[in-house]
Ligand binder design. Structure first.
Ligand SMILES: C[S@@+](CC[C@H](N)C(=O)[O-])C[C@H]1O[C@@H](n2cnc3c(N)ncnc32)[C@H](O)[C@@H]1O
Length: 319
């Protein structure tokens, strides 16, 4: 078989790779590999089947997550990131994996892949399944840990006095902002199901629905990785709620990836766009699409502050 065909078959085995990484994250393989170990010793420590674990480790060796030397396995530089990315690995294996099966149907007939499989919109499903809610929020926090510094470096939050982080998740970004601007009077706003996980991490939290109302009177409203979860009509409803709440001359700060002209220019933005297609029937946007959306919502004086995050994030400031 030609090399290209082997390569294509390897791509088709992406489903195996997702589950290998899920199993490793769930069992704590990276945490247990503090030093090189045989598969048998590791299986003993993790109380799992030695034969199956050996084969999983060899699969992970193919992806350079662990190295293999005469039956002894060690963590590679790549694998060393697994503990920090445990949340993203768990939510992919437990929730997104199954939801992705709806893609063909969604492409043929429209709609959202996730909803076709789980029979409910994404956030409604999370409201009903606390373990999936916890996995999702942990994943958001894991991703935000990788991105927050780049956002804070790209935008001067010290000029603000009051800030509401709308859909702030566990508050990873808000905490990075507060380290830069400790004087800031900051509130994290999120769904009731999500807010308890944020409470220990940030000083002020408020629960609610951003289609109804958000805390009023702040001079800035942060929407980080929120608008990409929604189509234009819903994004406009969220922006309208924010606009109603803000004081005169307030500003909205959008943190999202900006879609590149060519997919290969920003692979992480393209992959996130596919997550949006699969899970929420939503999308990442180009800069022109963001500008048009903000103008339609009555926001002007738009400035774009690109970050150096590999995720392709920018901070868009509009008044
Ligand atoms: C993709 S996460 C982004 C989290 C965080 N801002 C970040 O940058 O990592 C979207 C957030 O929007 C919240 N959310 C979804 N629907 C909401 C609603 N109707 N009202 C308030 N928050 C909502 C979710 O709970 C979640 O925390």
């Amino acid at each position: 078989m030609p090399d290209d065909a082997w390569q294509l078959l390897r791509l088709m085995d992406g489903f195996v790779t997702t589950q290998l990484l899920y199993v490793a994250a769930k069992l704590g393989v990276a945490e247990a590999l503090t030093e090189p170990k045989t598969a048998a010793a590791l299986a003993d420590e993790l109380h799992v089947d030695a034969d199956a674990l050996t084969r999983v480790l060899r699969g992970l060796a193919l992806e350079d997550v662990v190295s293999e030397d005469e039956g002894t396995f060690a963590l590679t530089a790549l694998g060393a990131h697994l503990p920090a990315l445990k949340g993203p690995a768990l939510v992919r294996g437990e929730l997104y994996f199954h939801g992705a099966e709806g893609l063909l149907d969604a492409v043929k007939h429209g709609g959202t892949a996730f909803e076709r499989i789980y029979d409910a919109p994404f956030f409604t499903h999370l409201d009903q399944y606390p373990s999936h809610e916890a996995a999702f929020e942990a994943s958001m926090a894991g991703r935000a840990e990788q991105e927050a510094q780049a956002v804070v470096a790209a935008y001067d939050f010290t000029l603000l006095k009051t800030l509401v982080d709308v859909g702030g998740g566990r508050g990873v970004l808000l905490n990075a902002i507060l380290r830069q601007a400790p004087h800031l009077d900051a509130t994290l706003f999120d769904r009731p199901a999500a807010i308890e996980a944020a409470r220990p991490h940030v000083p002020k939290v408020v629960a609610g629905d951003f289609f109804e109302a958000v805390p009023p009177g702040a001079d800035a409203y942060l929407l980080s990785r929120v608008l990409h979860d929604w189509d234009d009509e819903d994004a406009l409803r969220i922006l309208a709620t924010v606009r109603r709440a803000m004081r005169e001359a307030g500003r909205v700060l959008i943190v999202d990836a900006i879609l590149p002209r060519h997919a290969r220019d920003k692979p992480a933005a393209i992959r996130m766009d596919l997550h949006m297609l699969l899970l929420l029937g939503a999308r990442e946007r180009t800069e022109a699409e963001f500008r048009a959306l903000l103008e339609r919502a009555g926001f002007h004086h738009i400035t774009v502050h690109p970050t150096d995050s590999p995720a392709g994030l920018s901070v868009m400031d509009a008044r």
